[in-house]
Structures are given as structure tokens and as C-alpha cells.
Design a protein around this ligand. Sequence first.
Ligand code: ZN
Ligand code: ZN
Length: 448
Amino acid sequence: MNAIVRTAALTAVFFGLLLCGNARAQDTQHAALRDYVAEQLPSIVEVYKHLHTNPELSGTEGNTAKRLAAELRAAGFEVTEAVGGTGIVAVLKNGDGPTVLVRSDMDALPISEDTGADYASSVRVPGSSGTEVGVMHACGHDIHMSNLIGTARALSKFKDQWVGTVVLVGQPAEEIAAGAKAMLADGLYERFPRPHYCLALHVDAGLPAGEVGFIEGAFNAAVNSVDIVVYGVGGHGAYPHNTIDPVVTAAQIVLALQTIVSRETDPTDAAVVTVGVIKGGSKRNVIPDEVRLELTVRTRKPEVRARVLTSIQRIAEHTARAAGVPEDKLPKVEVLADQQTPVTYNDPSLVQRSVGAMRSALGNQNVVGREATMGGEDFGFYGEVDPAIPVFMYRLGSVSPVDWARFVQGGEALPGLHSAKYLPDPERTIRTGVVSMTSAVMELLKPK
Ligand SMILES: [Zn+2]
Ligand SMILES: [Zn+2]
């Protein structure tokens, strides 16, 4: 063996051992993390059940925020309350390194819980029509908060294994797409360390607890809310010839809108136009003066979004013209500026780094690729306000083995998010959430 070959062989062996040593060190770290999370789990699940039993609607998360703040303080974080409403920001500085932000939402939904759990919510609040409505954590934000608490504890515990700053965010009002904007407007990126990376997770009602799912690129859809008021000339139902009937015009608009996705949008681009509300009229024999339509529009590309919104305006106006509506009574089409969210774009290299750490912490088989959805989420704002900040939101499986078996073997439909029957498996879901999130944060803050 000549000298060059021998040196090359020795170098290969050296790096081989080094890599092996690193992998072994990481395995030991992850085993310690899993043990610590297992030990903390009963007390985190207790907090989870408390949060689940005591849900609060968007913008009114006062008690929830107080409890979350107390837990994060107890974990060694410096906590600031009332950021952008009821939002909280918890910071842990641990030497010179990058800053990682982890966000959880805090709000619940106006749904009467029907899970039968012994910790089910019985909270009721006055509804819009004078009756009471139930309040329920039907979107898993209680799991997200419990995950944040567990992650805070684990990062404090293993402080000697990372350097940098961790910013944990308890965000209000996700369900009305107001909380992220409010916190950013209240100086989230100026008053607190500006993040180099933002992470978040969302429970997945179609993935077994114990697994996480990831997507590179678009995670979900951009959301726009559009209102259309269709005007006519009202009158007696028996004399339609003396009127311009806005009910018929509105019906034609609803049908014509369907062609935006089916005929005007490139079939390889994702888009949804849903008319969720039609309101008009007061009595069967009266033709009303106006009908109101409320739409949700979902897209993934800015150019598709612009085109769909323009088409809605064009179709509404010209359908009304075809019905003989005069120029001064054409429909009013309003894109609601305060009810839109951008697409959450998962930065591919951030995804790969985080997923690599999750695979080694959870096992390859428990980290799976998922498809993007047309759902909405205001986490997209964290990256949209500064495109230099990469973001990554992943899915956290939440279905118990019993429910999963019923689904796989019995073909039973699983209750989805926002269902009165949605009940995650607390232990498995939170354990997997804390281990995956902590390992991702520690990977991003790995000492050089
Ligand atoms: Zn939701
Ligand atoms: Zn949600």
C-alpha cells in the first residue's frame, strides 16, 4: 500500500469513526430526551386536560394565556404577556447562536363538545342569535399549547446541548385569522429576538398518534373571504315582470362562479371557490331588493389568487347586466382585507434539517410525507412579513390506536378537525409532539 492510499484509507476510517461517534452521541441524546419526556408526560397531560375542559373563544383567551405563561415561567423562560391582545412571548437566551421561534395557537371554537370524554368541555357562551353555544378545543390548540410547555421544559433541561435563543409564542385568535397579524403588528419581531427560523405544528385528525407528517413547499392554501351583494328591484311575488329578481340573479352568479375553477384555472393549479352563505328575502310572495353571498376562496399561487378574484368581480357584474340590472345597481363585490391569510410555505432546506432530526428521534417509520391541503392557517404571516425568515409547520398525528383500528378495519370515518367528536390521544400525541419539536429546535441550535 503506498503512502497516499494509506493516508486516504486512514482518513476514511477516521471520518467513519467520527460520523459513527456523532450518530451514537445523537442516539444517546435522543434516548435521554425520550426518557425525560416520558417522565414529564403525566403532568403535561394534566395541563392538557385542564385546557381542554376550559376552552376560550378567539380573542378571549385570558385564562388560557395566564396558565400558559405560568407554565413557561416555571420552565425557566422570561415571559411577556398581552402581546397583540392576549398573546404571550417566552424567551430563553442560552449563549451566542441563532434564534428559533416556536408558535402555538390558543383559541377554541364555538362547538358543543360531543366526545364523551370525562374531561370534555361544558363551557357555554351566548351565541349570535340569543341562544347559547358550546365552546370546544376541536382544532387541537390545547395539544399545541401542551406541546409548547413540554418543549420549554425539555429545552431548559438539555440547555447544555444547544446554543442560541428560543422564543415561544402563545398566539390568540388563529381561528379568525387575526392573532398572528396582531402579534406581529405589536412588535413580535422588534421587541423580542428576531427569529432565524419559525416552527409550528398542527394536529392531524387522519394520522395515527406517534407519527408526524411533513410537506415541503406549500403546506396549505391562501384564504380570501369575499362578500357579494346582488341588487335588484323588489316587488310582489305574483308580478315578477315588474321587478328584477335578485334571487334569480344570485342563483345564476353562484352557478357561473363554478366555471372559474373548472374552465378558467389551469387544471394543475389548485383553487377552490365556495359559496357558503346565501341570504335574501323575508316572505315567499315578496321579491326582495337584495341578496347577499359570502364566499371563501382558496389558492396556492399569487397569480392564481389574483385571477380568481378578478373573475369573481367580472362574473358578478356581467351576470347582473345580463339580467337587466341597471349600471348603478351592479353587485357590490368586496374582498375582505382583514380576513385573508397567505399560504404557509415550508422552506425545503429547513424542512430537511428538521425532519432529519425528527427521524433520528422518532424512528424513520414515524416521520411520513403528507399532501398539502386547501385549509387555511395564519402561521403563514410569520414568513410573509419577512421572506428572509424560513418557516416550517408540520402535522402531528393524533388518532388513538383504537380509533385507528376502527378506521382501518371497520372503514369508519374518523371525526375531522372542527368536529364535535374530535378527540386526540393525549399521551401519544403530546409525547410525539414534544420529542419531535425539541429535537428539531436542538438541531437548529446545535453547537458548532
Ligand atoms: Zn381550526
Ligand atoms: Zn387549528
